[in-house]
Structure formats: structure tokens, C-alpha cells
Design a binder for this molecule. Structure first.
Ligand SMILES: NC(=O)c1ccc[n+]([C@@H]2O[C@H](COP(=O)([O-])OP(=O)(O)OC[C@H]3O[C@@H](n4cnc5c(N)ncnc54)[C@H](OP(=O)(O)O)[C@@H]3O)[C@@H](O)[C@H]2O)c1
Length: 423
């Protein structure tokens, strides 16, 4: 359901301003570049490191690819190849940062509905796909017909499934979203904006007709509240005058659980409870107290987990409300008591940002811009991350080991590949 919701903040329209700085750049040499045959490494006189641009203008790149499905540590490998100088509307990019999201791993395992095709376009021995769906890149060269991008601009990919875990890439300008004004933004912020925050934003805006006259008197409830999506939901809801009741899993010690709760309160959460509390007989009373005996209705539930957790969220909802499932971290099915459908007329939806973004490209861009504006003004905080430094010398096995950690629970932060190589 994508009803036109009453919302508390207008969606800002954005346009891509024409940056003509590098227009008219002549396209350099154009001849086929068999993998690894161009772009000999030259000494970089500034840093003593190796340079990756050859005398012929070819860019050396490494990509984390897989040619069969399986666990990341078993199937991911680093593939080195050359990228020819861009021509026409092509743009050559250098990676700044790319997150390791659960869906990326599911995709590598072959259990995700969207599967990038295995191809030999990068010169791999076997048909392969580049892993990764999200990331921030810097433009390092543009073809002569590129209109809106110039060297130094930051971009994100318009669609998922393009393969972001690579040091360099070459895409058509039409496949990229330019980050208008990168000032005040970090690679971390830009690289993580297009999946999780967009998911949270759209679920809150599109699945509930919030009564804006009652700002501060309506609630949403969510599990997985410390996830990237959950943290985004807390902050967006706070901006829009919606209260949040957040569920997290207990940590090993009460102190660690309290520390996690504190993190979410600092983002603007109104209440944070544990899964154990959610599933306890006491929870109904807790909700009554939190919502002033239902005078402040819970009108939306965001389900990242499934199983009993999802059922418990649904039971708190006011009649006619929606529960939106976007994740299945427990791998348990969502079980729904019939009474919730018959007597409370609850609506159960699913949301998939990839599909939504393909259908609504302009709205996706506007949504990204809205979140980045909140980020610039300090109203949208960075997610906790564990950096995985990627230099030209980094071994594929090191990167694959980092990726393998992604689905392990109770993490301190999301894995983030940070490329620190030369152009
Ligand atoms: N449908 C969409 O369009 C869409 C978009 C974005 C994300 N997602 C999905 O949303 C979910 C969260 O993604 P993210 O990137 O925000 O995640 P994230 O930042 O990597 O965080 C993972 C979250 O999952 C929780 N978790 C992990 N294992 C769990 C388990 N066995 N049972 C319950 N909770 C568990 C973690 O809780 P602990 O800290 O307690 O381990 C944490 O809250 C994923 O399933 C992802 O695929 C869907």
C-alpha cells in the first residue's frame, strides 16, 4: 500500500543542477583492454605508493566478485581488471565507502530474490557478479557527453544490484545520483543513505495516515530498533513528531543493555524495551502506561525480525493500523492471530526498497536528499560502524572475512568498506 499519507514534513523536490566544468573533455584512447593488460602500476612520486592510472589512461580496479552462491568467505574473491578511459556518457568512479548490509550477504548466499546476473564483462574467467548494493563513489573521469557530473563529484548508484564492492567502476551517467553539495558530509554518511534511511522514511510516510494535528500523541513500534533501519526510523519519527517504542535484544549484561538503550534514547527514542519485556505477560500493562491508556495510539509497526516478536508488535496496534514487514532476521515466519484481522482490521504489508526505488526513482532521489539535509544539519546521526580498510594491497580473503561477520548478531556496528587507495 502506498497511500498518500498525511505527513508532517513536506518532501523536498530536488533537481540535478548542471555542472559543466568538465564538458567537452576529449575521449582519450579507445581500444579494448583485456583484463590486467593495461594500467601498469607507476610509482606515485607524492606518496611513494603505487599509482593506478597507466600511461594509456586505463584505470586499474579490483572488485569483490563471486561466480557461485555460498558463504562469503568461500565464494568471494578479488578480481583485478582494467577500466578504459570513459567515453560518451560514461563515468569512471573510485570507491569512497560501501556498507556490508544483511541483504548483500543473502544475495551472495543465493537466498535473496534479486540476483545480479553472472557475466564476463570484467574479464573474469568464469561469469561473475560484483557484490554489494550500496556505496559512495567519487567521479574521477567523465566521457565527453557527460552533462551533470564532473571530476570530484560524489555519487551513489540509482539502483541496487550494480555491484558496489569494487575500488573503481565505470557506469553510465544515467545510472548515478549526484550528491548535490557534498560539503558537510562524510563518505560514511553518503554510502549508507540510500537503503536503510530510505526504507525507514518510506515505511513511516507511506503506510500510515498520521494525524498531523496530533503531533507528539501518536506512536510507532518497531523491533530490531538498533539496526540501521531502526535507528533511521527513530530519528525521522522524532523529526516528524511521532513517538517511537523500540524493541532491542538484551545484551550479555544489564549494563550493556542499558548502554544500548541509552544510544537509542540519545537518537530521540521515547521508549526502549527488550525482546524479553516485549514477550512477557507484563508488556500489555507497560504499553498502557506508555501510551496513556491508549489515548496515544500506536498506529504503525515496523517488523525487522518476524516470529513471536512480530506477533507481539501487532498486538499493540490500534484498530486499522498497519504492520510493515521489511526484514526477517529471526528467519521465523510471521504468525498472526485471526482476531487481529477480524476484530481490529489490522493491515499487514511488506516493503522492499529496491522494488520501490525502481518504481519511484525521483522520489527516491528526493528522499535521499531529505535525509542528507537532516544529516548536514546534525539531525541525523551516523550509524555505528566497524571500518574495514581497503587499500590496493588488501587481500581478498581479508575483505571476505569482514563480509562473513555481517550476519552475526549483537554487533557493535555495521561493517563498512573504506577504500584508501590512490586514484
Ligand atoms: N525490505 C527492505 O527494503 C529492506 C531495506 C533495508 C534493510 N532490510 C532488512 O532489514 C534488516 C535490518 O537491516 P539493517 O541493514 O538495518 O541491519 P543492521 O544494521 O545490520 O542490523 C541488524 C539488526 O538485526 C538484528 N538481528 C540480527 N540477528 C537477529 C536475530 N537472529 N533475531 C533478531 N534480530 C536479529 C540485530 O540485532 P542485534 O544487535 O541484537 O544482533 C540488528 O538490530 C535486514 O533483514 C535487512 O535485510 C530490508
Amino acid at each position: 500500500m502506498l497511500s498518500c499519507a498525511v505527513v508532517r514534513s513536506a518532501t523536498r523536490s530536488s533537481s540535478i543542477s548542471a555542472s559543466l566544468a568538465l564538458r567537452g573533455r576529449a575521449s582519450p584512447l579507445r581500444f579494448p583492454a583485456p583484463s590486467g593488460q593495461h594500467g601498469d602500476l607507476l610509482p606515485n612520486t607524492h606518496s611513494g605508493q603505487k599509482r593506478f592510472i597507466s600511461v594509456y589512461g586505463y584505470t586499474q580496479s579490483k572488485a569483490l566478485v563471486y561466480s557461485r552462491y555460498g558463504e562469503p568467505k568461500d565464494v568471494l574473491r578479488l578480481h583485478k581488471h582494467s577500466i578504459s578511459p570513459p567515453h560518451g556518457t560514461q563515468v569512471t568512479l573510485r570507491l569512497l565507502a560501501a556498507p556490508l548490509n544483511p541483504a548483500d550477504v543473502n544475495q551472495i548466499q543465493g537466498v535473496y530474490p534479486s540476483k545480479p546476473p553472472f557475466q564476463t564483462t570484467l574479464g573474469t574467467e568464469e561469469p561473475s557478479a560484483v557484490a554489494g548494493n550500496e556505496g559512495a563513489f567519487e567521479v574521477i573521469a567523465t566521457g565527453s557527453n557527460v552533462k551533470n557530473l564532473a571530476k570530484g563529484d560524489w555519487v551513489v548508484m540509482k539502483q541496487t544490484g550494480q555491484g558496489t564492492w569494487r575500488t573503481h567502476a565505470q557506469l553510465d551517467e544515467s545510472q548515478l545520483i549526484k550528491i548535490e553539495s557534498k560539503e558537510g558530509l562524510s563518505p560514511l554518511q553518503v554510502s549508507t543513505v540510500s537503503v536503510n534511511p530510505v526504507t525507514a522514511y518510506r515505511m513511516i510516510k507511506d503506510f500510515c495516515d498520521w494525524d498531523w494535528m496530533r503531533a507528539g500523541e501518536e506512536w510507532l513500534i518497531q523491533n530490531g530498533a538498533n539496526s540501521g533501519v531502526g535507528r533511521a526510523a527513530i530519528q525521522l519519527a522524532r523529526e516528524w513528531g511521532i513517538k517511537t517504542l523500540n524493541v532491542v535484544r538484551e545484551r550479555k549484561t544489564p549494563e550493556q543493555t542499558d548502554a544500548l538503550k541509552k544510544e537509542l534514547y540519545e537518537l530521540g527514542a521515547n521508549a526502549v524495551v527488550t525482546e524479553a519485556e516485549l514477550l512477557s505477560g507484563e508488556f500489555k500493562n507497560m504499553v498502557n502506561e506508555i501510551t496513556r491508556q491508549g489515548k496515544e495510539p500506536i498506529r504503525l509497526a515496523l517488523n525487522c525480525v518476524g516470529g513471536k516478536s512480530a506477533t507481539a508488535l501487532a498486538k499493540t496496534l490500534a484498530p486499522g493500523s498497519h504492520l510493515v514487514t521489511y526484514g526477517a532476521m529471526s528467519k521465523q515466519p510471521v504468525a498472526l492471530p485471526s482476531g487481529l484481522l477480524i476484530f481490529k482490521n489490522l493491515v499487514f504489508d511488506g516493503f522492499w526498497v529496491s522494488k520501490w526505488g525502481d518504481k519511484h526513482p525521483e522520489l527516491k532521489e528526493n528522499t535521499i536528499n531529505d535525509v542528507l539535509e537532516l544529516t548536514r544539519t546534525g539531525k541525523f546521526k551516523d550509524i555505528p560502524v566497524e571500518y574495514i580498510k581497503w587499500t590496493w594491497e588488501t587481500e581478498g580473503s581479508e575483505l571476505a572475512a569482514g563480509v562473513q561477520e555481517t550476519l552475526s548478531g549483537f554487533r557493535k556496528g555495521k561493517g563498512l568498506l573504506k577504500y584508501e587507495g590512490d586514484e
